[in-house]
Design a protein around this ligand. Structure first.
Ligand SMILES: Nc1ncnc2c1ncn2[C@@H]1O[C@H](COP(=O)(O)OP(=O)(O)O)[C@@H](O)[C@H]1O
Ligand SMILES: N[C@@H](CC(=O)OP(=O)(O)O)C(=O)O
Length: 454
């Protein structure tokens, strides 16, 4: 039994719906189909999720529905229904559903927005199930509440609750194709809550774990996971096999092809993940597995992400001071800030965090607390940083990878602001200025994938 997830790009139009049907028909093991909301049909198009957020924000501001904005969403569904020739009046039901959601209680704005934006996947799942049925396939829409997908009460950032797995396991007893909306679950009291953006990948992985699927297939719009972002490096090398650890590091640092939280449920149940292309389903895609066999060098991929900053703190004899790191992190916790990395030396430490949520006011308050409470000698904030992640299981057994990477960066004139070697030894992180991000990735790609390895 397989769980198959189709991303927004795979379900953006009627033509895409037809491809999805063919993919499902071509393999009887494809049992649970997880869907995203319709995505972009072209670079300049808008995702339905973004349109729904605009609708919700308009309503919060003006207390009325913006009919033009609502039509933009409804048109996406009606053009799909028209293209594939759905005969029922499902589009009117979809419009009524979005209208009801827009007019719901908005006292808690975050929860209100979650409810509206989750309707993108919910209605797409209803539409796809209706299409399958009209094509003579036994299929039904599954409501996540009825199926028991319960999550924490964290709007826009929900986490699955452990009992969901047991609840969802009974789905495998049901007959026909089950069409399950991705991206959201319910609190115990029936409130809709979404995962973080691009979270339909997470739903697929949870379901794969729950039914102990033989495979989790994640269909997107590229033939494979590439060794570098194809928007940064021209024609990057396709990766055939990756380990869970490698993919987690790469998706965390910018390989948006899979959500970085989507691997854990599949990994825990030992279920392989196959990234495949809806537009070219016969291509083998990329397999994500526990251990990989083929290796061709220390590095498998190079990822990068913008939007980071660092807090550098130095104090003579920091290494001898009991609880210094704990107190420092406690200050950040008081401002609801989590940290990403923390390279350190004997007398200094850098804390790397995401820039959003770390505004100027918080910055000033934190600096003064570090000086006053920790008696630091120096505190420096550096903004506009990009993290470059060099990833590969092979790095553990290869001497000199750091030296090669540093040399490549220096050779292209990129100044390294900081280095951090992950404790898992499958990744190496370089902090660089955002303006140098692309140059850094290209030079590292050339070093590890184009030049002859030394
Ligand atoms: N290293 C990479 N390999 C493959 N795709 C990547 C990589 N880095 C970024 N991407 C981007 O991820 C996109 C697919 O992810 P996403 O847009 O979330 O798809 P979906 O609509 O299927 O959810 C690709 O079109 C590609 O532009
Ligand atoms: N539609 C949601 C969830 C999702 O996973 O979408 P996509 O598969 O298009 O990345 C979002 O845009 O965040």
């Amino acid at each position: 039994m397989k769980v198959v997830k189709f991303g927004g790009s795979s379900l953006a139009s009627g033509e895409q719906f037809k491809k999805v049907l063919q993919i499902i028909l071509s393999d009887t093991a494809r049992k649970i189909v997880v869907v995203s909301a319709p995505g972009k049909r072209s670079q300049s198009d808008k995702k339905v999720t973004d349109l729904l957020i605009e609708n919700a924000e308009y309503f919060l501001k003006y207390r009325e529905i913006n009919e033009g904005l609502l039509e933009q969403v409804v048109n996406r569904y009606s053009s799909i229904a028209e293209e594939v020739g759905i005969r029922t009046d499902i589009v009117s039901e979809i419009k009524a559903d979005i209208k009801t959601k827009l007019q719901k209680d908005f006292k808690n704005e975050e929860r209100y927005i979650d409810e509206v934006k989750a309707s993108g996947e919910d209605n797409n799942a209803r539409l796809l199930a209706a299409y399958f049925k009209e094509q003579g396939k036994e299929a039904c829409y599954i409501n996540p509440f009825e199926a028991g997908l319960f999550v924490t009460d964290q709007p826009g950032n929900a986490q699955v609750l452990p009992e969901s797995y047991e609840n969802l396991s009974s789905l495998k007893e049901r007959s026909g194709i089950l069409v399950f909306p991705g991206f959201f679950g319910y609190s115990k009291d029936g409130q809709i809550l979404t995962f973080s953006r691009s979270g339909s990948d997470i739903t697929g992985s949870i379901l794969a774990n729950a039914i102990k699927a033989e495979l989790y297939e994640n269909f997107t719009d590229v033939d494979a996971v590439y060794s570098a972002n194809p928007f940064v490096v021209k024609n990057p090398k396709e990766i055939r096999e990756l380990t869970y650890r490698e993919m987690r590091e790469l998706s965390y640092a910018g390989f948006s092809v899979l959500h970085d939280e989507a691997l854990i449920p599949a990994f825990r149940a030992g279920i392989p993940v196959n990234i495949k292309n809806t537009n070219n389903p016969s291509a083998p895609g990329t397999k994500i597995v526990n251990t990989r066999t083929n290796t061709n060098g220390p590095v498998i991929g190079i990822a990068s992400a913008k939007g980071f900053c660092s807090i550098y703190v130095s104090k003579y004899l920091m290494n001898r001071e009991l609880g210094f790191g704990r107190k420092l992190l406690h200050i950040l916790e008081d401002y609801n800030l989590s940290y990403e990395h923390s390279p350190s030396g004997i007398d200094d430490i850098s804390i790397i965090l995401r820039e959003d949520g770390f505004g100027k006011e918080i910055e000033e308050a934190i600096i003064s607390r570090i000086f006053n409470e920790l008696e630091a000698d120096e505190v420096k904030i550096e903004r506009d940083l990009a993290l470059i992640m060099v990833v590969g299981e092979g790095m553990r057994h290869n001497v000199g990878t750091t030296a090669r990477a540093s040399k490549a960066l220096a050779g292209s004139g990129v100044n390294i602001e900081m280095i951090n070697q992950g404790s898992s030894e499958v990744s190496m992180m370089f902090g660089v200025k955002e303006v140098d991000e692309k140059r850094a990735v290209i030079s590292l790609y050339e070093e590890f994938f184009v030049s002859i390895p030394v």
